[in-house]
Design a protein around this ligand. Sequence first.
Ligand code: INI
Length: 156
Amino acid sequence: MAVRKKIKRVVRSKVNIAIVVSRFNDFITKRLLNACWVELKAKGLTDKQITTVWVPGSFEIPVTALKLAQKKNIDVVICLGSVIRGETYHFEVVANEAAHGIMQAGLQTGKPVIMGILTTDTITQAQKRAQNKGGVNKGRDTAVAAMEMVALLKHL
Ligand code: INI
């Protein structure tokens, strides 16, 4: 069966999605969240199927994603953040550890944990990847990836 048909079947069977989103750089992450939410709704999910959890920064995303992915009633976790390079090594630490932790959360639970943390050199680069009104938005892409991965892992 084509993945697209499987996705429709999965939606009908009530997929539950958790979104973990960082407050740090929320002028970017709010846009990622909005596009993600709009795409999930367009795919037929109801508000009740989507749980949104805010955390202080991207560094706090992995432990939260792990805890959510461990819940029986959660099928997939989407992680949204924006790490923007500053003058110090802090950028690398936060970006690398967040990505590593997200991968660990997926591997430890066997559930899809989707990586939607922008890691950019500048604010402008982040804004270009988090556009409103139908422009490029990586938050939307995470919703597409989440639904595809739920369908895929359920049928493997
Ligand atoms: N958190 C981010 O999500 N993005 C950043 O760009 C960032 N910078 O640059 O510092 C950032 N730092 C906070 C970090 O994620 C933690 O919340 C903090 O270190 C407390 O653990």
